[in-house]
Design a protein around this ligand. Structure first.
Ligand code: NAP
Ligand code: ZN
Length: 352
């Protein structure tokens, strides 16, 4: 075991602050990674503040962070995929039971024994897992991803969660050329959804509550932008979408978007608001529409997404910050004031 510096929260109302956490020495299949960048996902904030207490209560202290890019510095004796010096990524998953039907079908995110990167039981050290707001992490090589060499590492970090969380449902629901796709919320997930849906050839419409994001939405790849408070503009799209991806982190009216779906259209929730959202069933009955959810993606699909982004030169638009600015970044995230993902430069922790 060794110690690593990290930023942790001691309670739901506590700011994140410098702390020291234990990390295991690499076992045979483990890779030790020096973290270069870690994205800030809204799930980090939900967890740090215990907003999902009824589903996944937070165990304190918590070290969030599941959009990790770093360099391999040591490998266990049985590691075959990686060597010291490799640029690698770690997302939301660090282990699973490897035997259940979901694991056998490359859907580790739905394994009953899935171990998440933070706030999950730690099978090695006891307690809970600690995430990427830290200097280094030790992960089973089966949950470590290859990072395309042509991409900027800071912009790659958010692909490990925001990228795969939008890639997976877009693929699952058959988003290709000729499909009309809506993306609700232009934040970290939303801006990746726009870039990916555009790269898949779809006609992309962004729905935003922020009039100031309209020009960016077009620059990021949207064909059209609708400010969702404009009832007239919303009505023009009624009954017309094949697929809508809802990335909103807070309470909002999903019925307004269900009504924009065409026959057999699907709305997938990836946003995870704290409280339940009311659904008007009639919006689903007429038009045989469906409402579903999606959780990140499996490891093989995450690698597929990274390779796709490498081939197409896709990364997140990041604002790189030192870790000392983390609490300010959380407040700005709540105000939808980030273009479009914060990435922590971990040199700021290493040199602190
Ligand atoms: P984010 O960067 O904060 O983006 C959320 C966006 O939602 C905001 O930029 C804003 O976009 C819109 N929004 C915020 N509050 C709103 C409100 N009250 N009404 C309507 N729109 C609102 O967050 P993120 O990191 O993309 O994460 C989004 C959600 O997905 C979070 O709940 C997160 O926990 C969840 N998530 C789920 C998964 C999964 O596997 N399913 C994975 C990662 C994250 P506009 O300014 O454009 O309106
Ligand atoms: Zn995330």
């Amino acid at each position: 075991m060794y110690e690593s510096r990290a930023y942790s929260a001691a309670g739901a109302a506590a700011p994140l602050a410098l702390a020291t956490i234990p990390r295991r020495d690499p076992t045979d299949r483990d890779v030790r990674i020096e973290i270069l960048f870690c994205g800030i996902c809204h799930s980090d904030l939900h967890t740090a503040r215990n907003e999902w207490s009824s589903i996944m209560p937070t165990v304190y202290p918590v070290v969030p962070g599941h959009e990790i890019v770093g360099k391999v510095v040591a490998t266990g004796s049985a590691v075959t995929k990686f060597a010291a010096g490799d640029l690698v990524g770690v997302g939301c998953l660090v282990d699973s039971d490897h035997t259940c039907p979901n694991c056998r079908a490359d859907r580790e995110q739905s394994c009953p024994g899935a171990v998440f990167t933070y706030n999950s039981p730690d099978r090695h050290l006891g307690g809970v897992t600690y995430g990427g707001y830290s200097e280094s992490i030790v992960v089973d090589e089966r949950f470590v991803l290859r990072v395309p060499k042509n991409l900027d590492p800071a912009g790659v970090a958010p692909l490990l969660c925001a990228g795969i969380t939008t890639y997976s449902p877009l693929r699952h629901w058959g988003v290709t050329a000729g499909k009309k796709v809506g993306v609700v919320g232009l934040g970290g997930l939303g801006h990746m959804g726009v870039k990916l849906a555009r790269a898949f050839g779809a006609h992309v419409v962004v729905f935003t509550t922020s009039p100031g994001k309209q020009a960016d939405a077009l620059r990021l790849g949207a064909h059209e932008v609708v400010v969702s408070s404009d009832a007239g503009e919303m009505a023009k799209h009624a009954g017309s979408f094949d697929f809508i991806l809802d990335t909103v982190s807070a309470d909002h009216d999903i019925n307004a978007y269900i009504n924009l779906l065409g026959l057999d259209g699907n709305l997938t929730m990836v946003g995870a608001p704290e409280k339940p959202l009311p659904v008007s069933v009639f919006g689903l009955l007429f038009g045989r529409r469906s409402l579903s959810g999606s959780l990140i993606g499996g490891i093989a699909e995450t690698q597929e997404m990274l390779d796709f982004c490498g081939e197409h030169g896709i990364t997140a638009d990041v604002e790189v910050i030192p870790i000392q600015k983390i609490n300010e970044a959380y407040e700005r995230l709540l105000r939808s004031d980030v273009k479009y993902r914060f990435a922590i430069d971990m040199a700021s922790l290493r040199n602190a």
